[in-house]
Design a protein around this ligand. Structure first.
Ligand SMILES: Cc1cc2nc3c(=O)[nH]c(=O)nc-3n(C[C@H](O)[C@H](O)[C@H](O)COP(=O)(O)OP(=O)(O)OC[C@H]3O[C@@H](n4cnc5c(N)ncnc54)[C@H](O)[C@@H]3O)c2cc1C
Length: 240
């Protein structure tokens, strides 16, 4: 895998406990929306080599000039090092890799199913598709506990206005703990919600991304609702 040096450019909070990190994009670094990189932090290599290396899907799209990742912050060795990384620091990235990339045939729609931080590969896909005005029907089913926890919610809502081929269905599973108003869907991603997402789409391909558990659960629900296993592509954020 190719290794690159990259400068850290800054961080911003994008939802409760969730932070985006921006890095310089090396001039010779190319990737497809949906792919991931390994971020290697020398400062986090305290326990073993693995503790200094974490995999993140790229949030930014290829047309953008920087590389962005996003993560739920935790008190882990790696994330502590990431949280205190000084702007301008040089880090190592490896990649890109991964095949959770959009299929080529725009005549077939895509239904993207994200649980929480699983939104990251789909942000790159949706940013690029909106930028290119790609003529492909795309539906995002996005599940979070509360609007406060929902990364990139306003950007995704703006895509609906800028991209007539895109539809967002966000659902909240813990509105009782929220102080923000929400008029959209509530509850887990169910067979009924998947059917609503696919309504009017011809022969869609399903993409699922998120922490472990979501992948297996969604595959079963899709299978039960009659979707062919060949039309389901998924990425589990193992290690999450
Ligand atoms: C292809 C791919 C793409 C990924 N993309 C992303 C992404 O875009 N964003 C992202 O955030 N992550 C992504 N991940 C996961 C990421 O690589 C890390 O594994 C994850 O963020 C957890 O890192 P950590 O430092 O919080 O925990 P680590 O210290 O690495 O955790 C080690 C183990 O302890 C558990 N653990 C740690 N802290 C807690 C806690 N507080 N409570 C319960 N259990 C805990 C973890 O579940 C894990 O099993 C991706 C993984 C893969 C394979």
């Amino acid at each position: 895998m190719t290794s690159y040096r990259s400068a850290f450019q800054g961080r911003e909070q994008i939802a409760h406990g969730t932070v985006a990190f921006h890095f310089e994009k090396p001039f010779d670094f190319g990737f497809k929306p949906g792919q991931a990189i390994d971020v290697v932090l020398a400062d986090a290599r305290t326990v073993d080599v693995q503790s200094g290396r974490h995999t993140f899907s790229i949030v930014s799209a290829p047309f953008e000039s920087e590389l962005t990742i996003a993560t739920r912050m935790r008190d882990s060795t790696f994330k502590r090092a990431l949280a205190r990384l000084p702007v301008g620091s040089l880090i190592e990235i490896e990649g890109p890799f991964g095949s959770l990339t959009l299929h080529n045939d725009p005549a077939r729609a895509a239904v993207l199913v994200a649980g929480g931080i699983g939104i990251t590969p789909f942000m790159s896909i949706l940013r690029q598709a909106t930028h290119d005005q790609r003529k492909q029907r795309l539906v995002l089913l996005y599940s979070n506990r509360r609007p406060e926890d929902t990364a990139f919610l306003s950007e995704l809502q703006s895509f609906e206005e800028r991209n007539l081929n895109f539809r967002l269905i966000a659902t909240m599973t813990l509105m009782s703990a929220s102080v923000q108003p929400w008029e959209g869907q509530t509850g887990m991603v169910s067979e009924a919600l998947l059917k609503a997402a696919a309504e009017g789409l011809s022969n869609p391909i399903y993409y699922v991304a998120g922490p472990p558990g979501l992948d297996a659960g969604m595959r079963q629900t899709l299978h039960d609702s009659g979707v062919d296993d060949d039309d389901i592509r998924s990425e589990e954020f193992y290690g999450y």
